[in-house]
Design a protein around this ligand. Structure first.
Ligand code: ATP
Ligand code: PH2
Length: 173
């Protein structure tokens, strides 16, 4: 029997409904409670204006995390959706806003394009709400060979992004 390979994966989390900060904290715990998922690092939390969707939905809190995992991409997706569902159940969401959204941004060098899963995430390269916390967490990170910090600087939604302080529930400067 061969041993499953440990690989690094980057996950992006977002919440714009309910106790956003607590939701993100609990979700990080839920994600790494899986025996085949280990935490490497978490980013700062940022507050961001909604990109797309209904114009009047609340601001998001976003963050990214790096994990080490032996899970194959589809198994990691199933785990992320499991964690999402636990949090979605808490509230009735009529439209748009999300208690919790978890995206797989990268999974090692995996390139995948299926109906259920595309890796790297097809919209990550243009989303400051993913790229900026990622670049702060891992200044050497690249996405498709381009420095993540450079992609973040170019992203249209960078303007609406602020560092978030969970202690005060306030947005820093
Ligand atoms: N890299 C990925 N990470 C997470 N889900 C993905 C990924 N690629 C494809 N998907 C699929 O996307 C679906 C999630 O769709 P959903 O409507 O939640 O998109 P969204 O999160 O609102 O928008 P976006 O995909 O732009 O972030 C999942 O059911 C999953 O099958
Ligand atoms: N600021 C922000 N905007 C979004 C986000 C998000 O997490 N943050 N997620 C979306 C769908 O995944 C769509 N728009």
């Amino acid at each position: 029997m061969t041993h499953a390979q440990h690989v690094s994966a980057v996950l992006a989390l977002g919440s714009n409904l309910g106790e956003r900060s607590d939701t993100l904290s609990v979700a990080v715990g839920d994600l790494i409670a899986h025996p085949d998922v280990r935490l490497i690092q978490v980013s700062e939390v940022v507050q961001t204006r909604p990109v797309g969707g209904p114009g009047d939905q609340p601001d998001f809190l976003n963050m990214v995390m790096e994990v080490e995992t032996t899970l194959a991409p589809l198994d990691l997706l199933a785990h992320c959706q499991d964690v999402e569902n636990r949090h979605h159940r808490v509230r009735e969401v009529r439209w748009g806003p999300r208690t919790l959204d978890i995206d797989i941004i990268t999974h090692d060098q995996t390139r995948l394009e299926t109906e259920k899963l595309t890796i790297p995430h097809p919209r990550a390269a243009e989303r400051a709400f993913v790229l900026q916390p990622w670049a702060w967490m891992d200044p050497d990170a690249t996405l498709d060979g381009v420095p993540v910090a450079e992609l973040a600087a170019r992203a249209a939604d960078l303007d609406g992004l602020r560092l978030y302080d969970p202690e005060t529930d306030e947005v820093g400067g």
